[in-house]
Design a binder for this molecule. Structure first.
Ligand code: NDP
Length: 502
């Protein structure tokens, strides 16, 4: 049983036609349109230009010109920070429009997206604060004859490629930091959810970002993304998406040795000991697994439970999962919205079938939900999952929770570390030693202790192993978009290498 919130027919909806932004001009594109059908309501909601290789090349040329000769990299940091602060205010002013676009294009619950937009405003302000704190180092300790100065310079043209699961939030984890450093950019949002990124383009123009500094090219990864990751005039690629395309990005970028920053998949464990505050954990388990319909790199999709509490925990998680409201993303009470595409729903179904064939049991859910429009899935719990099963090792990216068990702390750590991913993890225990042991031994970029999926711009985010490369957010986030240059200065007379001394 699941609490259903049937989507209401979109009576007054209009299809929104978007253009892409190249060198300060809004362009309709030369080719056909990409059409986005709302995953919740099954109706056309947005049309975008299908950007071509040539469009991407023009955008890269505009970004190159803006970097090599334009005002943005040459402004003072305080001037750039003021633009970012203005952008943050304008995002806040258009929050409802942005939230609607992400809700209707991605199928995300509107109340959740409102939180994401508010979080983005905070990140843009944080990036502005870092802009003014970006600095190098000086070494006045190298003897009377030498002064060393280490400069931080903007790296140049950055390609930013984003996925569909957090369209506005993820571009906000990259773009303001690249801009704070003085970089120029070409942005490609997912072809499924480009709307809010294009509105961001309008906002940035209004905030005072000069032409060519932010270019937004819509289109597919195969056409537009491929050139953005390989073009010799791009200096860095910042990518969020699947591990497979992340590897392809790195291969493409290697041909011209671009810097690459990758935020990729996760299969994140929550490890639970018998002395944990189980009331708090049960809520976090349901939140961690079903937030954003599980279409979340940080989803807590593996529960690793001590065997003494496993059956009780599964029963309680299943009981709470029954109360999760699934359905219309535009209803403010909805907690789980639609699945991004019919193909993706099929992929999730394939994982469930495979898990059952391998001996796992469905403790709750497992079914698709038919509202007569869109595609939805019930929150699902799989028990009797063993570490070798695909559903325990691969990113399902749906509302599917896999339950595994352990007897000793060492075994819990071994199971947690036994897969290729290492994005995040959670540990639940009232014992400080237990939490710290797990925190130090689990190979993941973030370990939550007695909480899950908390975040703030001050704390770095990124993965170990095949979950990625580099970190976003945190106080070094702007430095990621810089090159380091050493100025080695000689003071006074120099000792020659070969010239005879006078
Ligand atoms: P992808 O990795 O395919 O897409 C992410 C972005 O990369 C999109 O903008 C996509 O463009 C672009 N892209 C695709 N191919 C290329 C390419 N050859 N060169 C450059 N850019 C490219 O993720 P999907 O959206 O297809 O999702 C598939 C799976 O990826 C999910 O099921 C999930 O497992 C995982 N995923 C993980 C995310 C995370 O946050 N870690 C986020 C999203 C997905 P376009 O799609 O428009 O063609």
């Amino acid at each position: 049983m699941t609490v259903l919130v049937a989507p209401k027919v979109l009576s007054d909806h209009r299809v929104r036609d978007f253009k892409m932004l190249i060198d300060g001009k809004w362009e309709a594109g030369t080719s056909h349109s990409i059409e986005r059908v709302a995953p919740s309501h099954g109706v056309l909601v947005s049309r975008y230009p299908a950007g071509t290789k040539a469009d991407a090349e023009r955008a890269i040329a505009a970004a190159r010109k803006a970097f090599d000769n334009g005002a943005w990299p040459r402004m003072t940091a305080s001037e750039r920070a003021n633009v970012l602060l203005k952008a943050a205010d304008l995002i806040a002013a258009r929050a409802e429009e942005l939230a609607y676009l992400d809700a209707i294009e991605a199928g995300k619950p509107i109340s959740q997206v409102r939180g994401e937009i508010a979080g983005s405003v905070d990140i843009w302000r944080y990036a502005a604060s870092l802009a003014r704190n970006l600095h190098g180092e000086s070494y006045n300790t190298l003897g009377d004859g030498t002064l060393g100065v280490v400069l931080r310079e903007a790296i140049g043209v950055v390609s930013i490629i984003t996925p569909w699961n957090f369209p506005f939030l993820i571009v906000g984890q990259k773009l303001p930091f690249a801009l704070a450093a003085g970089c120029t950019t070409v942005v490609k949002p997912s072809e499924l959810t480009s709307g809010s990124t294009l509105v961001l383009g309008e906002i940035l123009q209004e905030a005072g970002v000069p032409n060519g500094v932010v270019n937004i090219v819509t289109g597919t990864g195969a056409e537009v993304g491929a050139i953005m990751t390989s073009h010799p005039h791009v200096d860095m690629v910042s990518f969020t998406g699947s591990t497979g395309v992340g590897k392809l990005t790195m291969t493409n970028a290697a041909q011209t040795l671009k810097k690459v920053s990758l935020e990729l998949g996760g299969k994140n464990p929550q490890i639970v000991f018998p002395d944990a505050d189980l009331d708090a954990f049960i809520d976090a388990a349901v939140f961690g697994a079903y937030f954003n319909a599980g279409e979340c790199c940080n989803a807590g999709s593996r529960l690793i439970l001590h065997k003494d509490i496993a059956s009780d925990v599964v029963r309680r998680v299943a009981e709470l999962a029954k109360h999760v409201k699934v359905g219309d993303p535009l209803d403010p009470t909805t907690q789980v919205g639609a699945i991004i595409t019919p193909q993706h729903l099929e992929k999730i179904g394939g994982y469930l079938a495979g898990a059952r064939d391998s001996g796992a049991r469905i403790a709750h859910g497992g079914e698709t939900l038919d509202f007569g429009m869109g595609q939805f899935m019930a929150p699902t719990i799989l028990e009797a999952v063993t570490p070798g099963m695909a559903v325990a090792r691969e990113e399902v990216f749906g509302p599917v929770l896999s339950v595994l068990t352990f007897e000793t702390t060492a075994e819990a750590i071994e199971i947690a570390n036994s897969i290729d991913y290492g994005l995040s993890a959670g540990v639940w225990s009232r014992d400080f030693d237990t939490c710290l042991t797990i925190g130090r031994k689990v190979r993941a970029g973030t370990v939550w202790m007695n909480t899950f999926m908390d975040g703030t711009p001050e704390l770095p985010f990124g993965g170990y192993k095949q979950s990625g490369l580099g970190r976003e957010l945190g106080r070094h986030a702007v430095e990621d978009y810089t090159e380091t240059k050493t100025l080695n200065m000689h003071v006074g007379g120099r000792t020659n290498w070969w010239m005879p001394q006078k």
